[in-house]
Design a protein around this ligand. Structure first.
Ligand code: 3PG
Length: 213
């Protein structure tokens, strides 16, 4: 299993790539990598998401591509078969976790309550997505959860932006933050990939400053 957590410790921002065009997903991913973000989450929210994931995995070796918005075990297996190096889900589903574990692929399931987190903990997971972070209590909720689940690392997503990224990353239990603010639809539609590179570089600079690097 590649150690994504090691990579995220140095590069703690995971941009979402949402597209229904594999060539476009490749262009977005290259733009993100040019800005220094090399772990990307291709989300299963379009009919051609699987093709987009495969294209990024095959054609953009400078990024580690995972699959996001994975809702079912079938989707998880298809994602892994298409090259996903990690799986992200909005919620916690035992079957999705099982497929990831059986394939030796890291899984970051979404949690927002102590009970969900305890369930994830008892499935043997040490890193979870905290979603939707901004309306699930934000930084204070993360601090409260991490004071109890002391060994768990969190990946907040949902409402994270350049404006609050450093607040989330200042929480020691936060491994990385994810989000769609790095890949705005307007920039994609106008093929303004320089804007995506700029947003990625800006996020990385904020992250390094927040981590005192
Ligand atoms: C996710 O799947 O992680 C969320 O949709 C990200 O939320 P955001 O669009 O608010 O960044």
């Amino acid at each position: 299993m590649i150690d994504i957590n090691d990579i995220l410790a140095k590069n703690p921002v995971v941009p979402l790539v949402q597209s229904d065009d594999p060539a476009e997903a490749v262009a977005i991913s290259r733009a993100l990598a040019a800005g220094g973000l090399t772990v990307v989450e291709v989300v299963f929210r379009t009919d051609r998401a699987l093709e987009c994931l495969k294209a990024v995995a095959d054609e953009v070796p400078e990024v580690i591509a995972g699959a996001g918005t994975v809702l079912t075990a079938t989707q998880a297996q298809a994602a892994i078969d298409s090259g996903a190096k990690f799986i992200v889900s909005p919620g916690l589903d035992d079957d999705v976790v099982g497929v990831a574990k059986d394939n030796g692929v890291p899984i970051y399931p979404g949690i927002m309550t102590p009970s969900e987190l305890q369930h994830a903990y008892n499935l043997g997971l040490d890193t979870v997505k905290f979603f939707p972070a901004s309306i699930a209590g934000g930084v204070p909720a993360l601090k409260a959860l991490s004071s109890v689940f002391r060994s768990v690392r969190f990946m907040p997503t949902g409402g994270v932006s350049a404006a609050n990224l450093s607040d989330f990353l200042a929480v020691p239990a936060v491994l990385a933050c994810g989000g769609s603010w790095l890949t705005p639809k307007a920039a994609i539609d106008s093929e303004n990939y320089d804007e995506i590179t700029k947003l990625a570089a800006e996020a990385l600079a904020i992250a390094h400053a927040a981590r005192g690097e």
